[in-house]
Design a protein around this ligand. Sequence first.
Ligand SMILES: Nc1nc2c(ncn2[C@@H]2O[C@H](COP(=O)(O)OP(=O)(O)OP(=O)(O)O)[C@@H](O)[C@H]2O)c(=O)[nH]1
Ligand SMILES: [Zn+2]
Length: 362
Amino acid sequence: MSLHLSIAERLTRARGDLRMGVPVILCGPMGAALVASVEALDAGRLADLRGFGPPVLAITARRAETLKARAYDGDLARILPPATADLGWLRSVADPADDLRAPMKGPLTSAREGAADLHRAALALAKAAHLLPAALVVPVGDALRLAAEHGLTLLVLDEIAPALAALPPLDEVVSARVPLVASEAGRVHVFRPDDGGDEHYAIEIGRPDRSRPVLARLHSACFTGDVLGSLKCDCGPQLRAALAQMGEEGAGVLLYLNQEGRGIGLANKMRAYSLQDQGFDTVEANHRLGFEDDERDFRIGAEILRKMGFSSVRLLTNNPRKIAMMEACGLHVVERVPLKVGETAENRAYLATKAAKSGHLL
Ligand SMILES: Nc1nc2c(ncn2[C@@H]2O[C@H](COP(=O)(O)OP(=O)(O)OP(=O)(O)O)[C@@H](O)[C@H]2O)c(=O)[nH]1
Ligand SMILES: [Zn+2]
């Protein structure tokens, strides 16, 4: 009998570990390292990690650019913290909250020699855990023994690389009738990925003909806009207008994808909002945090639509990336249906930035 954990299971466990401030072990062809999230680490764990050797601080090239640090590895920088660097120092490199108040963290020294593959994987894991993309990486010798001795999760790069890049299989768990203001013929379907990740929902209005293009919307979760009625974005009005149009036409599918904050999670989105209050726009704020403009994986939407039996859509969107991704995933977009609602004095600049920098259609 074997209770061997799958790669997906170990990855999910690793995300949880990082969120708790527990280190995980990454093994690559060039060696192994203890890896921990800077955001979740406490002083005790930092001291423990230092006991294994000098740590390297991995940050994305986006964050490095703000900090004027050299990113010799292309998409990331390996910062060598001074021996005196405490948790406060590490956090101030990871978190841009105080960049303007205390701009000088450095000069920061970046490593140039050696491989960066463990550091790259560490950052991918931190992003997947919706933490700030900053990780401490401490090279270690006997990874297997260390993992067994301390009960740490061990991941092998060659194994996790395809799993991190692939879309985890996703299946419908349940669906039930939910009469809505927009249509009494509403049905909510819950889809669950097999890697323990976030569930996503499909709201089916009426009984759309599977052999014809369906009126569809890929809506990314926005707690502030959808639930609280935030004036900073147009998400709430877009959500309701899309459902209303589906109700009027008698059929449609709205996917409610749990990709809060364009895939960076609510805590990071609130960090971005604080930066926006300091004068940065929505794209600059993401970059200063170390993220790309948009970290969402739109393949999920295509996969859910396919699972529901649809192969072509009339897509409610102003975002050409969504159309391109649907087409790339083999879902035919026969028509783009514009969705322009909810402009306010508060979100005008945000919408203008999306048009100017992210290619949104006006
Ligand atoms: N990181 C970040 N995310 C934001 C900000 N404002 C809104 N969001 C998120 O942006 C996403 C908006 O999603 P959508 O409306 O589906 O996407 P879109 O790219 O605007 O495309 P369409 O509305 O289809 O034209 C939601 O996940 C929001 O939580 C922001 O300032 N920063
Ligand atoms: Zn929003």
